[in-house]
Design a protein around this ligand. Structure first.
Ligand code: PGA
Length: 251
């Protein structure tokens, strides 16, 4: 399966930043590794006018509703109007700071699938959950609350990102073996829920990925890419990570 290398800019960026970022970002036109950039929504058009077509556009969130009196929200169709093909749902920062429950995340996931945007479902345990041995139960619950929504079975147009909360923005990465163990478990959970082992779903890792640890992570059997926060803001670093993925992808 071809890797997916996704940048989650979070609430970072500016017009100047984008201009200099894309003047240095280079990928081959025939590359098989997918490169995805998820900027704040207000910069999607700046990216549309400046970035190569081969670079995929993503959003960091979408509304559970399609239209109406929902101040501050952005709908699926609005994202599609701005060439968005992917959307992050259930990021731990949204779960924590915006009180997004598994139910809300499932509704967002369903809205994305229904409108043909590829959702990237983020799952991951806290440090406390890891230390008390609850990692697998927690992740199973996060996945099954979305699968239970009854649409995942009809589609392989989704991505799962394993992002241990304790590794996000902390400089602390899960060891490749630790991450792979969870990726295998995610694969098994999908399988237990009637999805075949060889479906076409990228299971990507996120949490302090950088050009020093990327290679060891991407060499693991069940890690098919990365969701990158901090390191994606440095175009040289992001390009390095992308090139590492490309090398391993083509092995
Ligand atoms: P990080 O963020 O790479 O800065 O740890 C990853 C994420 O939150 O998606």
């Amino acid at each position: 399966m071809n890797y997916l290398i996704a940048a989650n800019w979070k609430m970072n960026g500016s017009k100047n930043f984008i201009e200099s970022y894309f003047s240095s970002l280079n990928i081959k036109n025939n590359s098989e590794v997918k490169m995805l950039i998820c900027p704040p929504d207000c910069y999607l058009d700046d990216i549309n006018s400046i970035a190569l077509k081969i670079i995929l556009r993503g959003a960091q969130n979408l509304s559970t509703e399609s239209v109406g009196a929902y101040t501050g929200e952005v709908s699926d169709q609005m994202l599609i109007d701005h060439n968005v093909e992917y959307v992050i749902v259930g990021h731990s920062e949204r779960r924590e700071y915006h009180n997004e429950t598994n139910e809300i995340v499932a509704n967002k996931f369903k809205r994305a699938i229904d409108s043909n945007i590829i959702p990237i479902l983020c799952v991951g345990e806290s440090l406390e959950q890891r230390q008390s041995g609850e990692t697998f139960n927690h992740i199973r619950e996060q996945i099954e609350s979305v699968i239970g929504n009854d649409m995942i079975n009809n589609s392989d147009r989704y991505v799962i990102a394993y992002e241990p909360i304790w590794a996000i923005g902390t400089g602390e990465t899960a060891t490749p073996e630790m991450a792979n163990e969870v990726h295998i478990f995610i694969n098994k959970t999908l399988n237990d829920n009637g999805l075949s082992e060889n479906n076409n779903v990228n299971i990507i890792y996120g949490g302090s990925v950088n050009s020093n640890n990327a290679s060891d992570l991407f060499e693991m059997s069940h890690i098919n890419g990365a969701l990158i926060g901090g390191a994606s803001l440095d175009v040289n670093e992001f390009t390095k990570i992308y090139n590492i993925a490309e090398e391993i992808n083509n092995e």
